[in-house]
Design a protein around this ligand. Structure first.
Ligand code: AMP
Length: 491
């Protein structure tokens, strides 16, 4: 898991960090223990959201739903899972990108209309949710949560109420949606997967050893249940799967214009998940190699900020033929549910999470490779930790360019005033802030080159300010609220 909760000066910084995207999972498998399979799928997707989680099952027309605040291992136990019976299941791990942390906003969301029910789980963020919500309120729909996911669910209900068949209703509902959406929906008879035309967030299709279909945010969730990867859900695809495992798909129901989030490759996705046939680990290592070509450093050791910086650090070290070593040992059990430390423990700062190997660090020139700097708080503490452990020099290297722009497609970075690279005028100033001897970022061109794919294939908005899906003015206002930092956005 990539829980990046760290200590700020006074409090645990769990809630001020930018938030990760969510994880979704769905299975249609009559006769199988679908809730248990979903439980394991969610376990593999825990890194995509640690705030709340839930599973809903359909047995004929009866829905069982259990969701709560907490990690998958805290929310579900034998007793709960045994009550979630059905042929189709949908699950979700959530990190809030829209709406506050409360149980109403946990997913999956259940919507009932006339004699029908559906459950929906979503990863991403709609940019026109307010407009759609107002449209539905005018039509008489009431809302129980603050999420764009409920908007999507009620849009489907609305289209169905216009006497459309399910597939058409789902297509028409999602044609109205703008933004990032990787969605799984269950009805009494179908598992449905929908992905926005940009394919911003990941979504893939797999089959179990018994030939039953599974849909998941990342391929690591297929591996954990022994399912085979079949293919990506295509950008713009609406896919319906019935209980006889028959697929009904129109690959371009919603049009097709891929803009995959490049930050999934850099940080979000698990290294053992795949993207276009290669592991995320592979891409991260290539990013590290490219970084080494662009910004070599003379050092005794290359070290990583575990775990997300590790493949890039290994790639960096291999490229420069420098020794790679671990020097910061991570306590894997520090997470969101961590108990607030006392005043005395607070002073220990980041050491609650990372403990340095002083005998390796002392007197040495160290290159520390991390995947990204967002606000600079963690990086600053890491540099201090290394210096306090006796490092002679600390050279920070980042396997991504400076993050200067907020994300409107599924990551909660509130406004530009939180991003150190937007606040400071130069890399020199950031270097000073984090206290490193040198600091270098990967170039934008180098990042694209390392993927081996074309620039047009990705959304790089957090680095470039070029937003492939138009952002409505009112949303821009909220996130660019500190005009001081706002620069012209080229589209
Ligand atoms: P900071 O120095 O405070 O900006 O933190 C940098 C660390 O945050 C790096 O180790 C990144 O792996 C990590 N990071 C990057 N993006 C995110 C995110 N969306 N949520 C949490 N941590 C992140």
């Amino acid at each position: 898991m990539n829980i990046k909760a760290v200590l700020s000066d006074n409090i645990i910084d769990f809630d001020t960090k930018p938030r990760d995207a969510c994880g979704v999972f769905g299975i249609v498998a009559p006769g199988e223990d679908v809730s248990r399979v979903t439980f394991f799928g969610l376990y593999a997707l825990q890194h995509r959201g640690q705030e709340s989680c839930g599973i809903a099952t359909f047995k004929d027309k009866t829905v069982s739903l259990h969701k709560d605040i907490g990690l998958v291992s805290q929310v579900f136990d034998e007793k709960v899972l045994s009550k979630l019976k059905g042929d189709i299941a949908v699950g979700h791990t959530r990190y809030s990108t829209t709406g506050a942390t409360n149980i109403q906003n946990a997913q999956p969301i259940l919507v009932q209309f006339e004699d029908q029910k559906l459950v929906i789980a979503h990863n991403g963020n709609l940019v026109n949710a307010t407009e759609l919500r107002n449209f539905l309120i005018e039509k008489g729909y009431k809302f129980e949560s603050a999420t764009d996911t409920e908007v999507m669910a009620k849009l489907v209900a609305f289209e169905l109420s216009c006497s459309k068949e399910l597939k058409i209703a789902v297509e028409d509902a999602f044609k109205r949606c703008k933004g990032a959406f990787s969605v799984v929906i269950a009805t009494s008879d179908y598992l449905i997967a929908v992905r926005d035309p940009g394919g911003v967030r990941p979504l893939c299709l797999g089959t179990t050893s018994r030939g039953q279909y599974v849909v998941a945010s990342e391929s690591c969730a297929l591996d954990i249940i022994g399912a085979d990867y079949v293919r990506e859900i295509a950008p713009g695809e609406v896919l319906l799967i019935n209980k006889e495992q028959k697929l009904v798909s129109n690959l371009s129901s919603l049009s097709f214009a891929p803009h995959h989030c490049i930050f999934e490759l850099i940080y979000f996705s698990r290294p053992d998940s795949t993207f276009r046939g290669l592991s995320i680990y592979h891409y991260r290592k290539e990013l590290g190699r490219q970084l080494a070509i662009e910004s070599p450093a003379l050092a005794d050791y290359v070290i990583t900020v575990p775990d997300s910086g590790t493949p890039a650090a290994i790639g960096y070290a291999e490229e420069l033929k420098l020794p790679y070593t671990e020097a910061l040992i991570k306590n894997r059990y520090v997470g969101r549910t961590f108990i607030q430390p006392s005043e005395m423990l607070r002073e220990l700062g980041i050491r609650l999470k990372l403990n340095p190997l002083k005998d390796i660090i002392a007197g040495k020139k160290i290159v520390v490779v991390d995947d990204s700097i967002v606000r600079g708080h963690t990086s600053r503490k890491i540099v201090k930790l290394l210096k306090d452990s006796g490092a002679k020099e600390v050279h920070m290297r980042l396997s991504s360019p400076p993050i200067k722009w907020p994300c409107f497609y599924g990551i909660d970075i509130d406004s530009r005033d939180q991003l150190i690279a937007a606040k400071k005028d130069s890399v020199k100033e950031i270097t000073k802030f984090i206290g490193a001897d040198t600091l270098e970022y990967l170039s934008h061109d180098g990042m694209i080159k390392a993927t081996g794919l074309s620039r047009n294939f990705f959304c790089t908005a957090c680095f470039s300010g070029e937003y492939p899906i138009k952002i409505p003015k009112e949303l821009e206002g909220a996130k660019f609220r500190y005009e001081k930092y706002a620069k012209v956005v080229s589209r």
